[in-house]
Ligand binder design. Structure first.
Ligand code: SF4
Length: 111
């Protein structure tokens, strides 16, 4: 499995740091593919009932215009309790990304 650069992923989300939760939530619910293009309930892996993988996450979210917003929102709301697929990442990657993202938000390496 190729290593993902979680530092780079976290840095890419810095621009959302000041965006309120409700705004992010509204944007994701309005424009996210899985909110109108298909029914997540048809895919048990997406809710974490079975373990999703990167390929499934990549395929499911391909073309979604709010991947970063979705990823940011999930990190804020689920954090290390992440399950299923959000933001084009399986829960394993979001759990690994979470401490890196949190460190930046707490003043770690935020630029
Ligand atoms: S990034 Fe994926 S999980 Fe998030 S709204 Fe888009 S399609 Fe849904």
């Amino acid at each position: 499995m190729t290593d993902y650069d979680y530092e780079e992923m976290a840095a890419q989300l810095d621009r959302y740091a000041e965006v309120p939760d409700d705004v992010l939530s509204e944007v994701v619910a309005r424009d996210g593919l899985c909110f109108w293009a298909f029914d997540r309930a048809d895919f048990p892996q997406l809710s974490g009932e079975t373990t999703p993988d990167r390929e499934l996450a990549f395929r499911m979210c391909a073309g979604c215009p709010v991947i970063d917003e979705c990823r940011e929102l999930d990190l804020r709301t689920a954090g290390s309790d992440a399950l299923g697929v959000w933001g084009a990442l399986p829960d394993t990657d979001r759990r690994a990304l979470c401490p890196v993202w949190l460190h930046r938000r707490q003043g770690g390496d935020a630029r």
